[in-house]
Design a protein around this ligand. Structure first.
Ligand SMILES: C[C@@]1(CC(=O)O)C2=NC(=C\c3[nH]c(c(CCC(=O)O)c3CC(=O)O)Cc3[nH]c(c(CC(=O)O)c3CCC(=O)O)/C=C3\N/C(=C\2)[C@@H](CCC(=O)O)[C@]3(C)CC(=O)O)/[C@H]1CCC(=O)O
Ligand SMILES: NC(=O)c1ccc[n+]([C@@H]2O[C@H](COP(=O)([O-])OP(=O)(O)OC[C@H]3O[C@@H](n4cnc5c(N)ncnc54)[C@H](O)[C@@H]3O)[C@@H](O)[C@H]2O)c1
Length: 250
């Protein structure tokens, strides 16, 4: 039987957006690598505990402790540190301790990343570009971390400068749309209308959406129409200087 389903291409990672907000992450170690890990999980709103002797602390880690951005224990790792944690990240210069912590994590079924020991990682970090709600992660699956960083920079340099703001506005519009049309049976219409707005409006037009513009735009949801941004602005800002180029697109 012939078909054109995508072929399976094993050997990759499952790239997900882990919702670690308000969950507890244990970071063992306080060097440069730990500093990067800490920032990654703080950016995802996790609650972070750092365990590391004070004398080995990197200035950035010391700063986060001093600012109370993380909880801190001035000592080496102890088994009880694993109580009630959702994720463990180690970045220590002691391979034996690393492997011991990894084994304890596996006994307890806690997800862990052991820096420097890829086989002892439930997940790898990747090179991440961030612009507001937009995150782009590049992984080379352990082949070349430096290359991951270079690819990430190249991708970022080709992005429109306002893409993060456009994503933010679309997020706000989708939230309002769900209030206008909350019923589950509206799902297909809601999704189709939202997709068309994203396709037919430019990133700049999306970025420029005000709350009032969104209200007017949402008025076109019931009749299932996609007005041009000029039409919306004419209604929401009557004093707006119109350049004469408006039109309808449905
Ligand atoms: C992406 C990034 C994210 C982050 O760490 O946040 C990250 N490493 C970064 C940088 C980096 N790391 C290293 C160098 C030196 C140059 C080089 O080796 O290339 C540079 C370059 C630099 O510092 O610029 C050394 C290194 N890394 C690993 C080992 C162990 C090994 O390979 O055995 C060794 C020692 C090798 C040795 O001893 O020779 C292992 C891992 N590093 C990963 C992620 C995971 C795979 C990601 C992937 O394959 O895509 C994985 C498997 C596990 C993990 O760490 O989760 C971050 C870039 C952030 C950014 O700048 O955007
Ligand atoms: N992305 C990566 O995977 C990557 C990149 C570069 C380096 N590394 C490796 O990651 C590890 C950490 O790198 P670094 O530059 O941050 O090292 P570092 O030497 O600057 O820091 C190690 C830290 O671990 C602390 N520490 C040591 N034993 C401890 C224990 N038992 N409990 C708690 N804290 C302990 C030290 O006090 C220090 O703060 C090294 O093994 C390094 O080779 C990994």
């Amino acid at each position: 039987m012939t078909h054109d389903f995508p072929p399976v291409e094993g050997g990759g990672s499952l790239i997900l957006a882990w919702q670690i907000r308000n969950k507890r992450v244990l970071v063992v170690g306080g060097g440069e690598v730990a500093a990067g890990r800490i920032l990654n999980v703080l950016n995802a709103d996790a609650k972070v505990t750092v365990v590391s002797p004070r004398e080995g602390l990197n200035p950035e880690v010391a700063y986060r402790i001093e600012q109370k951005q993380v909880d801190y224990h001035d000592r080496k790792f102890e088994t009880a540190d694993l109580d009630n944690v959702d994720m463990v990240l180690t970045a220590i210069d002691d391979p034996e301790a690393s492997t011991r912590i990894w084994k304890l994590c596996k006994e307890r079924k806690v997800a862990a990343n052991i820096a420097d020991v890829p086989p002892e990682c439930d997940f790898y970090f990747g090179s991440v570009h961030r612009d507001g709600p937009l995150q782009i992660m590049v992984s080379t699956n352990g082949n070349g971390p430096k290359l991951a960083s270079m690819v990430r920079k190249q991708i970022a340099s080709g992005l429109p400068p306002n893409i993060g703001d456009a994503v933010k506005k679309v997020g706000a519009l989708r939230k309002k749309l769900r209030k206008v049309a909350p019923e589950p049976e509206e799902g297909p219409k809601r999704m189709q209308w939202m997709s068309k707005v994203c396709e037919q409006w430019s990133l700049q037009e999306l970025t420029d959406l005000s709350d009032k513009d969104m209200e007017i735009l949402l008025g076109f949801y019931a009749p299932n129409e996609i007005p041009s941004s000029e039409v919306v602005r004419m209604q929401s800002r009557p004093d707006w200087a119109f350049d004469g180029s408006f039109g309808w697109s449905v």
